[in-house]
Design a protein around this ligand. Structure first.
Ligand code: NOJ
Length: 766
């Protein structure tokens, strides 16, 4: 079924009628190819250099049209994640070698059939199948922003590993993930897809996800190629409006937005995707500075760059290219190796080469990069190595994957507030009222960029089911929906209030529908939709022990709830195991450990708000100090919830910080130590965060910068000494000449439980 827009619905393994005509080939050509391919197959199992040689031999056999074919990526006819162009005889083009890759084609049967077609082309170059496997494939994991809230790199790597295992079993070679865009504006719908606002955390997560997707390396059938996207600065779209322009200093670009991409290269990411936005007036897709100079020259990236969907053609709308031909020329010359869906390369590149506007060397470089990945993936050895139906079936209901997803989901939940220890709930509670639109919801837990498989309703665990499996048999569970997520109808309120009144404890669920955050889902208002907060008011007014659970794809604004509800859990969209993970946390089987990867604003007018801002010449000290200060006259200077915030059922105490010395030199290191004590009667995990501030620099420096963190598990009453070691390298930044340097001088060092709850000490770099 072809569907434009948000969710990919992929009915399983529907057979596709494909006509199988073998192109004419004489015996000599077959023999020649057999010899060449014999060599190529041998090379596959050998070194990098040998792959290079194989690529070169193959390249020599290719016509210009065949080379351009490799640079062309088409959407399959079953699902779409962008505006479709339906002007080609797709299958014919695959058969004649005019297509190097396809997206939105999954399932062994379909991918095999298309691969068979590709192998009828003169040179039998296999296709690459790419897919947006963003937070799980068959087993859906929390949205990436939710996973980022776990700060658990190993868990994120494991999650990506599971996604790769499932996707590769369904014929997918390549995921368009991770998205590593730093985002400081929660109005932007795609914050759900990234790791939040911090460059340091985002870079570590980028590495973890690339490692997870690519596993032990290509050649292994469970490894898929990762794709760091969207290169670059897409997350800084003005006003948080999707696809919008980006205008920023190169210093800011290098310091804040590029490092997660660099980290992805260092982790071995096979591919990059460029972005829809322009950067300082040049569309990223046609931007030579970022693609050729930074990525390919300075970072020595050996993989290839795919455009975003139609982004080559969109340079005409940007006002950068006069037509599709010029767009193709600009994109290819700037370093975009593969054209996703704009048709510009397939239509015009040959002409452009003949006219001398695109050099053959540019084409050869792009094709080499693409072919190299096909060799590394082992597709020349066995084009069907991802086409094993038995494996596909085994991975279809892999129960171990659900265990990993549940673990990730419970770690993603953030306890924002817990007055009078309303949480955790006793499993022996006499009666619990579950109120709200998410209690029995299923697919809303999956979030944007996930699959609606036909049997999802039986697989996704609702909150109701999760709680039912957890409480004692004698606990009475009551239910009232109260209202919808977006609807304005309040007629269900009375029943909800009556139901809550009957119960000893209330669990109230509210949030966003799964398509309210995601691509093209920017919102000017990020308040709780519909009448949900009014429902909260009526239920909280009953004065019962109540926890509010918020399921959403971004930081929302919910001031009344934040100020009045006794307990709040921010659950994001948690995926297949949502209900089980929520119940684990609600009833204390898992002690919450999540920490916010983005600041939560008080109103939309406070956006962008992020913890690592500059001090300015007139900083406000606090909310009573706003006159002639860098502050709003009508709003607190603080976010509602700060970056790094997240409570636990345990109570962690931080000692003062001890330094190994008051100063150090670039040849030395500095160790900062705190003693962390769990002063509660519950074991728990704390994420100890280390920030620094460079007090004076040749360019102004942020008031805090995350430079390290450790996740520490402590038994009840236990203490541990936690140490961080810094070197001058940790103090580097980009100066106004774009040199990555450190400067001697005074610094502050902070250690604590969030960006706004820290102990502090000074040190000097000599
Ligand atoms: C457009 C999105 O920006 C990108 O992230 C995605 O990978 C492609 N469409 C393909 O679906």
């Amino acid at each position: 079924m072809v569907k434009t827009g948000v969710f990919i619905r992929i009915p399983l393994l529907i057979s596709v009628p494909l006509s199988l005509n073998f192109p004419y080939m004489n015996r000599f050509a077959i023999l020649l190819l057999a010899v060449v391919y014999g060599n190529l197959l041998f090379a596959q199992t050998n070194t990098d250099k040998k792959i290079g040689k194989s690529v070169d031999s193959l390249l020599k056999l290719m016509t210009l049209e065949e080379k351009i074919g490799q640079m062309n990526q088409y959407n399959g006819p079953w699902a779409a994640t962008g505006p479709l162009t339906n002007d080609d005889n797709l299958l014919d083009q695959v058969k004649t070698g005019k297509v190097g890759s396809m997206l939105n084609v999954t399932g062994v049967k379909r991918t095999r059939e298309l691969q068979e077609l590709a192998l009828q082309s003169r040179l039998k170059i296999p296709l690459l199948f790419g897919q947006d496997v963003i937070h799980g494939f068959r087993t859906i994991f929390p949205i990436p922003l939710g996973e980022a809230a776990s700060w658990d790199l190993k868990a994120m790597e494991d999650g990506a590993r599971v996604a790769a295992t499932e996707a590769s079993a369904a014929g997918v070679h390549w995921t368009f993930a991770p998205m590593v865009d730093i985002a400081r504006d929660p109005r932007w719908g795609r914050v759900m897809e990234g790791a939040g606002e911090d460059t340091y955390l985002g870079s570590l997560i980028a590495k973890a996800r690339v490692k997870g997707f690519q596993g032990t390396g290509f050649g292994d059938t469970s490894a898929v190629m990762a794709c760091a996207k969207h290169f670059a600065a897409y997350g800084a779209a003005v006003g948080g409006r999707d696809y919008n322009s980006v205008d920023m200093s190169l210093r800011q670009l290098h310091e804040t937005y590029l490092p997660p991409f660099k980290a992805a290269v260092e982790a071995g990411a096979a591919t990059f995707m460029n972005s829809f936005n322009d950067i300082n007036g040049i569309p990223a897709t046609g931007n030579k500075y970022i693609q050729r100079d930074i990525l390919k020259r300075d970072w020595k990236f050996k993989g290839f760059v795919v455009s975003d969907w139609g982004s080559i053609g969109e340079m005409i709308n940007h006002g950068y290219s006069k037509d599709s031909k010029e767009a193709g020329m600009q994109a290819a010359n700037a370093g975009s190796d593969m054209d996703m869906e704009s048709r510009s390369y397939t239509k015009y590149l040959a002409e452009l080469v003949k006219e001398g506007k695109v050099k053959m060397a540019v084409i050869d470089d792009a094709v080499r990069r693409i072919l190299r990945k096909k060799f590394e993936m082992g597709l020349f050895t066995d084009p069907y190595k991802f086409s094993n139906e038995k494996r596909e079936q085994t991975q279809w209901n892999n129960l171990q994957h659900r265990v990993v997803a549940r673990d990730m989901a419970k770690k993603s939940i953030v306890l924002l507030k817990n007055e009078k220890q309303v949480l955790p709930i006793s499993k022996q509670t006499g009666s619990i009222a579950l109120i709200g639109p998410f209690v029995k919801a299923k697919s809303d837990h999956l979030g944007f960029w996930s699959y609606d498989w036909p049997d999802d309703s039986t697989r996704i665990v609702s909150l109701w089911e999760g709680v039912k499996a957890k409480v004692s048999p004698s606990t009475k569970m009551l239910y009232a929906k109260g209202c919808g997520i977006t609807e304005l109808d309040k007629t269900g309120f009375a029943e909800a209030v009556a139901t809550a009144r009957k119960a000893d404890y209330v669990i109230l669920t509210i949030g966003e529908t799964r398509d309210m955050s995601g691509e093209a889902k920017s919102r000017s208002s990020i308040q709780l939709p519909g009448v949900q907060e009014e429902l909260v008011k009526e239920i909280v007014a009953l004065g019962k022990p109540t926890v509010v659970m918020i399921s959403a794809g971004r930081p929302l604004v919910f001031n009344w709830t934040a100020d009045h509800a006794p307990a709040i859990l921010y659950t994001w969209w948690l995926g297949t195991e949502a209900g089980n993970a929520m119940a684990d946390v609600l009833f204390g089987d898992y002690n919450p450990s999540g920490k916010l990867p983005m600041s939560f604003p008080r109103t939309e007018g406070q956006i962008p708000i992020y913890y690592n801002h500059y001090n300015t010449g007139r900083p406000a000290k606090n909310d009573s100090d706003r006159h002639y200060r860098s502050a709003y006259t009508d709003l607190s200077i603080y976010p509602k919830y700060a970056f790094g915030h997240g409570l636990s059922y345990s109570n962690f105490d931080y000692s003062d910080i001890t330094l190994s010395a008051p100063s150090f030199t670039a040849a030395q290191s500095l160790t900062a130590t705190v003693t962390l004590t769990n002063k509660s009667t519950r074991p728990g995990t704390e994420t100890v965060q280390l920030y620094i501030r460079d007090i004076t620099g040749s360019v102004v420096r942020p008031v805090k910068e995350l430079k390290g963190f450790q996740q520490v598990y402590l038994k009840e009453g236990e203490s541990k000494v936690i140490s961080f070691t810094l070197t001058a390298n940790d103090l580097r930044f980009y100066n106004d000449q774009l040199q990555y340097i450190y400067e001697p001088g005074e610094f502050k060092l902070f250690i604590g439980s969030s960006s706004d709850m820290v102990k502090e000490v000074g040190f000097e770099l000599k």
